[in-house]
Every structure is written in C-alpha cells, then in structure tokens.
Ligand binder design. Structure first.
Ligand code: HPA
Length: 290
C-alpha cells in the first residue's frame, strides 16, 4: 500500500520544498504581496505596471522550474500596483512543455506561503461560443478540467493538510464578488462592450483542437478553450486563495469542415499584442479595488 502510494507520488513536492523556495524569496525581497497575478502568453506587460519592482529570474530561485515558451519571460516581479503589493509571474509553466502537473502548480503554494490571498489568472484562449469575438475578454465563471478527467489533477497523491483539505470544493472556484468587481470595473473603464462571461476548458495541448474536438467541447458547455490555468486554480482553491480568471479570446476555434481558417500561435500573439493594454488597465483597476 505504502509502496504504491509513494510511487504514484514521485513527482510531487514536500512542504519543505515549498518552504525552502518561500524562505529564499522572503530573504530576497522586503515585499509581502497579498495579490499574485499570473500573466498569460504575451500578457507579461502587466508586470511593467508595477512600481518599486524587484525582479527575480526563475533560474535564481531554489527549486523553481523554468519557462520555455515564446512570449514568456521567466521571472517573478514583485512591486506595487495602485498601492497594493503584488507579485507577477511573467511566464507560467505549461503541461505541454513537459512539466508534470505538480511542477505546473509549484508557484501557487509558494504564493500561499508568502501570504498571498488573491490570485488573478490571465490566459489566451480560443473562443468556442459563437457570440464571442476575437479580442473579447472573458471573465471565467467556471472551468472544465479535462486533464483532470484523465487523472491529471495536481491534488492527486498524498494530501498535506497544511495546504488544504483532502476533498476541496470546486463549485465556487472563481470568486463571485471579485468577478462582479471586475465586471463593474470594466464598465467604468469603457471596456464593458467586449467583456464576456463563460466556462473555460483546459486541454493539455500543444496541439490546437480538431474540429470534432471543438464541437465536443461546445456540447460539454465550454465557451473558451486553452492550455493552462485550471491546474493553478485547483491548487489555489485548495489552499484557500480567492481566484479571479480572465481569458483573452485570441481566436475563434474552427467548427466547420468547409472553413479555411487554421488556429496558429502567431494569431494568438498578435491578438494579445493588440489587446494587452486594455487587459493590463483592467487588471490594474481591479487590483486598486481589492
Ligand atoms: N486552443 C487552445 N488554446 C488556445 C487557443 C485555442 O484555440 N487559443 C489560445 N490558446
């Protein structure tokens, strides 16, 4: 029994690992962020808005993984945004890069141990909902953890009660008050017109979806599809962080066999470039109100 449990656990980390990383960070910055922001593909510019920055490359942080994808810088940026102490992840860890699910979510428990209370996740996503337009910002109201359906849940294995309970609730994963605050802020900022609400579905990637897969995801109730976010949110909710999720709809997925459209990463980056200022502004005003 013990042997089976430990072999299925071989990729997870111990409390002491997270503690070591956290203690190192606490020794290297005076900042004590209450808000952590994960910057999705091409959205790393969010971190540039911080004042009094301390930049810590992932490669310098004990036990921290490295980011390899184009458009991700690979550093933590501590600083204040609208007088709130924040830490931004410029570059996240994706399952498709070959990281195991425990490594993908490693930073979240470090944020928890640092004293972070709120996690803001941003990502690029393909729009499945026919009413969505490229450039829309979707407030995530719920998710479908498709890798979780196949056993890739970051909470599998031994549960450490210092982080959270064995069977955490996920029906309240995305904080309703924060989501309402984001909606109100978007309206005040004049971006209410391209704000949407919807369900985000994660696939492991790196392939974009087939037409049949897009149709299936739509039937499942997903409004947008991407390759990130869900594992981090699961771990954040496990340790009690409040979560706000924003997806930038960078492309419309292909659901028609007669279509000549093809999903590609350049389109994702180009839409992100065009909308990045709006998203940054929105996040910064939301943080001001937290
Ligand atoms: N599919 C999956 N992930 C994505 C997409 C998509 O169409 N667009 C941006 N990230």
């Amino acid at each position: 029994m013990e042997a089976a449990a430990s072999s299925s656990n071989r990729c997870s980390y111990s409390y002491e690992d997270y503690r070591e990383t956290t203690d190192w960070l606490l020794a290297h910055t005076q900042q004590r962020p209450k808000v952590a922001i994960i910057c999705g593909s091409g959205l790393g510019g969010l971190a540039d808005l911080l004042d009094n920055k301390t930049v810590v490359p992932y490669k310098d942080i004990p036990r921290f993984p490295q980011s390899t994808v184009q458009g991700h810088a690979g550093q933590l940026v501590f600083g204040s945004l609208q007088d709130h102490q924040c830490v931004c992840m410029q570059g996240r860890f994706h399952f498709y890069e070959g990281y195991d699910i425990f490594t993908v979510t490693y930073p979240i428990r470090v944020f928890f141990l640092l004293g972070v209370e709120t996690l803001i996740v941003t990502n690029a996503a393909g729009g499945l909902n026919a009413s969505f337009n490229v450039g829309d910002i979707m407030l995530i109201k719920d998710h479908i953890n498709l890798p979780g359906f196949a056993g890739q849940n970051p909470l599998c294995g031994h549960n450490d009660d210092r982080f959270g309970v064995r069977f955490p609730c996920m029906s309240d994963a995305y904080d309703r008050d924060l989501t309402a605050l984001a909606k109100q802020t978007a309206e005040e900022q004049g971006c209410g017109g391209f704000l949407r609400h919807g369900v985000y579905c994660m696939l492991s990637g790196p392939t974009f979806e087939t037409i049949a897969e897009c149709r299936a995801l739509h039937h499942l109730g997903a409004d947008a599809v991407g390759m990130s976010t869900v594992p981090e949110v699961v771990v954040a909710r496990h340790c009690g962080l409040r979560v706000l999720g924003l997806s930038l709809i960078t492309n419309k997925v292909v659901t028609d066999y007669d279509s000549k459209e093809k999903a590609n990463h350049l389109e994702v980056l180009e839409t992100t470039r065009l909308r990045t200022q709006d998203l940054q502004k929105l996040v910064s005003y939301i943080v001001a109100k937290i």
